[in-house]
Design a protein around this ligand. Structure first.
Ligand SMILES: CC(C)(COP(=O)(O)OP(=O)(O)OC[C@H]1O[C@@H](n2cnc3c(N)ncnc32)[C@H](O)[C@@H]1OP(=O)(O)O)[C@@H](O)C(=O)NCCC(=O)NCCS
Length: 147
């Protein structure tokens, strides 16, 4: 498994990954194009067996004290092999800001376990954040590099 920068050339792979990872929350095509092309975004893909098997994006805004991880997914058949954790660490190391935040469904115990293990703590709840009405749990970690 390799972690590499992602670009617009990865649009088809990212679309497949989104649909497999987020049956309820897959981003529309325009959002996928944006995340692969906008400036100030850390975008990394995990490649295994010649295909994109994981993706993470984080907002890189040096003026902001808090950096946000926007999305993280690993294809179901490649989960539980350390790829999510590796993508998270690689993205964190490229983000600036004193703290890193992300949103997760409270029902998503797999992701919550991964974030807890990586040092994130729940700091807020946004009621009815997701389309189906589920709240979002906001989790935060002090930036490992303390920037
Ligand atoms: C969440 C997700 C990215 C994890 O990716 P992954 O590659 O499977 O995670 P890893 O193998 O690196 O696991 C890291 C840790 O997370 C936790 N974890 C991962 N999957 C888990 C599961 N199904 N049940 C419980 N804990 C789990 C474990 O603590 C694991 O460490 P361990 O294997 O040493 O016990 C992946 O399950 C996924 O893409 N899910 C669908 C999309 C999603 O929910 N994204 C997050 C949105 S906020």
């Amino acid at each position: 498994m390799e972690i590499l920068p992602a670009s617009l050339r990865d649009l088809a792979g990212l679309r497949r990954l989104e649909q497999a990872c987020f049956p309820r929350d897959a981003w529309p095509l325009l959002d996928l194009i944006a995340v692969l092309s906008w400036p100030d975004v850390v975008r990394l893909k995990a490649i295994a067996d010649g295909q994109m098997v994981g993706f993470i994006a984080g907002d890189l805004n040096p003026a902001e004290p808090i950096a946000w991880i926007a999305t993280l997914g690993v294809l179901p058949e490649y989960q539980r092999r350390g790829i999510g954790r590796a993508l998270l660490q690689a993205c964190e190391s490229r983000l600036t800001g004193k703290r890193i935040r992300l949103c997760v469904r409270p029902s998503n115990q797999a992701a919550i376990q991964m974030y807890l293990q990586a040092g994130y703590l729940a700091v807020d709840t946004w009621p009815h954040y997701y389309k189906d009405g589920e709240d979002a749990l906001v989790m935060e970690k002090v930036h490992p590099a303390g920037l």
